[in-house]
Design a protein around this ligand. Structure first.
Ligand SMILES: Cc1cc2nc3c(=O)[nH]c(=O)nc-3n(C[C@H](O)[C@H](O)[C@H](O)COP(=O)(O)OP(=O)(O)OC[C@H]3O[C@@H](n4cnc5c(N)ncnc54)[C@H](O)[C@@H]3O)c2cc1C
Length: 296
C-alpha cells in the first residue's frame, strides 16, 4: 500500500483548513487496513481516520500521525434483506441512495449529514430526533491487534459521543432498516433538506455544529446569537450570519482563526449566560481551547 507524505489536511476537511499529514494511507480492504495499522504501531505513530472531514479541525502545523482514508471495499454498500452492510468509508449520501433504491427507510435523518458511516458511528451523529444508535446493529472495529464486531451498547453511544479511541477504526457497519416505499423516502428527504437549507449555511465551507447543545431548551446556536456573535469574524473565519453554531471559512481561513473564534464564543457564552459550551468538532493535532476563567 502506498504511503503519501505531507498531504495537506485542508484537502481532506470540509472547512478547508489544516496542515500536512505526516503520512497518509488509503486502505482498500480489511487486509490493507490491518497492514496500515501495524505500520503505525511499529513506527510509534498515532492514527487519525478521516471520513469526509466534515467534523474535523486540524492544526495548521499539520498532524504527526498516520492519516487513514477508507476506500475500495471499505467504502462499499450492499443490501442484505432489511440490513444495509456498508464500509466505514461509505458516504451517507451513497448509503441513503442505496437504501432508497432497495425500498428501505430509516436513514432519512442522515440526508443532511455530509459524512461517512465510520464518522457517524464515532460521533453518534444525528438529526431530527434520531441518531446512529437508532439504526446501527453492529460495527466492525479494527486495531493493530485485530478486528471485533461491537454493538451500539459496547460503543457507548450517547449524544454526539462514542467511546471509540483514535486507534480504533470502524471498517464495516450494519444498519437495520425497515421497508418503506422509495417515493415516501424521497419526499421525506426533500422536506428535511429544505428545512436544513432554510436555517443553516449549507453552501459554505464549515465543519457542522461547533458546539454540542447543552442540556435544556436553548441550543448552542441560539445562545451564541443572543451573545451577538452572528457575523463575528477573526482572520478568514466568520461565525455564520445564518446560524451562530457554525463557523464559515469566508476565504483564506486558518484553523487558528477558527479556534480563536471558538474560544471567543465559549468565553462570551460563559460570561453572558453562565454556560460552559463543549465542542462537538474533533480537534486534531496540536489544537486546544484555552480554559475559561472561573469555569464552573
Ligand atoms: C454542513 C454540515 C452539516 C452537518 N450536520 C450535522 C448534523 O445534522 N448532525 C450531526 O451529528 N453532524 C453534522 N455534521 C457533522 C458531521 O457531518 C458528522 O459528525 C459526521 O458524522 C462526520 O463524519 P465524517 O465521516 O465526515 O467524519 P470526520 O469529520 O472525517 O471525522 C470525525 C471523527 O470521526 C472519526 N472517524 C471518521 N471515520 C472513522 C472511522 N471509519 N473509524 C473511526 N473513526 C472515524 C475521526 O477520526 C474523527 O474523530 C455536519 C457537518 C457539516 C459540514
Amino acid at each position: 500500500m502506498r504511503i503519501e507524505r505531507d498531504v495537506p489536511l485542508a484537502k481532506l476537511t470540509t472547512i478547508g483548513t489544516g496542515g500536512p499529514a505526516r503520512a497518509l494511507a488509503r486502505p482498500r480492504s480489511l487486509g490493507e487496513l490491518e497492514e496500515a495499522l501495524r505500520f503505525a504501531a511499529s513506527d510509534g505513530l498515532g492514527v487519525v481516520t478521516v471520513g469526509l472531514g466534515s467534523n474535523l479541525l486540524a492544526a495548521d502545523e499539520g498532524v504527526d500521525a498516520l492519516v487513514l482514508r477508507l476506500e475500495g471495499e471499505l467504502a462499499e454498500v450492499t443490501v442484505d434483506g432489511d440490513t444495509l452492510v456498508v464500509g466505514g468509508g461509505a458516504t451517507n449520501a451513497v448509503c441513503l441512495h442505496r437504501a432508497r433504491a432497495a425500498g428501505l427507510g430509516g436513514l432519512e435523518f442522515a440526508c443532511a449529514i455530509p459524512g461517512t458511516a465510520g464518522g457517524g458511528v464515532r460521533m453518534n451523529a444525528g438529526a431530527y430526533g434520531r441518531d446512529w444508535s437508532d439504526v446501527l446493529v453492529r460495527a466492525l472495529v479494527v486495531t493493530a491487534d485485530g478486528s471485533t464486531w461491537v454493538t451500539p451498547a459496547e460503543l457507548g453511544l450517547t449524544y454526539r459521543h462514542s467511546d471509540l479511541r483514535p486507534e480504533q477504526v470502524v471498517a464495516r457497519v450494519e444498519y437495520r432498516l425497515e421497508p418503506r416505499p422509495p417515493d415516501e423516502i424521497k419526499s421525506t428527504v426533500a422536506e428535511l433538506v429544505a428545512r436544513r437549507k432554510a436555517t443553516q449555511p449549507t453552501n459554505k465551507r464549515t465543519f457542522g455544529s461547533v458546539f454540542k447543545n447543552p442540556p435544556g431548551d436553548m441550543g448552542a446556536g441560539e445562545m451564541l446569537e443572543r451573545c451577538g456573535l452572528k457575523g463575528h469574524r477573526i482572520g478568514g473565519a466568520t461565525i455564520s450570519p445564518k446560524h451562530a453554531n457554525f463557523i464559515e471559512n469566508a476565504g483564506g481561513a486558518t484553523s487558528a482563526d477558527c479556534l480563536a473564534l471558538m474560544h471567543e464564543a465559549r468565553r462570551r457564552a460563559h460570561e453572558e449566560l453562565g454556560v460552559v459550551l463543549e465542542h462537538e468538532v474533533v480537534l486534531v493535532g496540536a489544537l486546544e481551547l484555552e480554559p475559561l476563567q472561573h469555569a464552573s
